[in-house]
Write a protein that binds this ligand. Structure first.
Ligand SMILES: *[C@@H]1O[C@H](CO)[C@@H](O)[C@H](O)[C@H]1NC(C)=O
Ligand SMILES: *[C@@H]1O[C@H](CO)[C@@H](O)[C@H](O)[C@H]1NC(C)=O
Length: 224
């Protein structure tokens, strides 16, 4: 009897824990939280808070999608990156961003790993790895930022992309007053969009990857 009660208690605890998780997931957007972590770090270092531009963030998600889930192509010896022309030819039209409003990209972070990371962890442990990434984070050249987080269907690998620009808030990466086009899966910042970075299946996989401890992290930071 005691065993049965104990079992039921576990069930109840498990169900309420899952419910709490679902609750926070639907109201959260990890890309917005990543921008918040980044801006609070900048302001703590007496630098300006960057404008969260939804058009730029939508381009960041397109940038991730260009890798088609190929984590190996992020950084390292086999590192690849999309051609600059992709911004105007593919990313902008996919987002509904007007090509004439594209501004200079003043820095970018891109990282990929097999396990999901919460936004503050992604910021501190996945994206910022060395002094070069700190130089990019603390550059005075940026005026605005856009972040995106994407998991591939059915789990990892997970990609994080942050694009910085020196464009003007009101006129750069403009979608002409409408919200940028949403293309799931994946989340981007600045659009008042409720979004979750990891789906239910991948949350389960996430636990197992922690237990197994098998995670490969790749990072690519560029100041341009
Ligand atoms: C800002 O971020 C860097 C890199 O993760 C970290 O080392 C530093 O402690 C952070 N500073 C503050 C004030 O949070
Ligand atoms: C800021 O922009 C200037 C001029 O384009 C460039 O020389 C410099 O390296 C940039 N600084 C950083 C930290 O990216």
């Amino acid at each position: 009897m005691a065993m049965l009660q104990c079992f039921l208690l576990h069930c109840i605890l498990f169900i309420s824990a899952s419910a709490a998780k679902v609750q926070t997931k639907v109201t959260d957007n990890p890309a917005d939280q990543l921008v918040a972590a980044l801006n609070s770090n900048r302001t703590a270092n007496k630098l300006s808070s960057l404008y969260s531009n939804p058009g730029l963030a939508c381009l960041a998600l397109q940038y991730i999608k260009a890798y088609q889930g190929a984590c190996k192509e992020v950084g390292g010896p086999d590192g690849k990156k999309p051609a600059e022309s992709e911004f105007a030819e593919t990313f902008a039209p996919n987002c509904g961003v007007q090509a004439s409003s594209l501004a200079q990209i003043t820095g970018r972070f891109l990282a990929c790993q097999s396990k999901y990371a919460e936004p503050s962890e992604a910021f501190n442990d996945v994206l910022i790895r060395n002094s070069k990434s700190l130089d990019i984070l603390y550059s005075k050249n940026h005026t605005e930022v856009g972040a995106a987080v994407s998991g591939s269907d059915g789990g990892g690998p997970y990609f994080w992309c942050v694009l910085f620009s020196n464009g003007k808030q009101k006129s750069s990466f403009s979608t002409g007053g409408v919200e940028p086009k949403v293309s799931r899966p994946g989340c981007f910042s600045g659009s008042n969009d409720q979004c979750n970075g990891a789906n239910t299946l991948s949350q389960t996989i996430h636990l197992w990857t922690i237990i197994i401890g098998a995670s490969i992290a790749l990072l690519y930071a560029l100041g341009i």
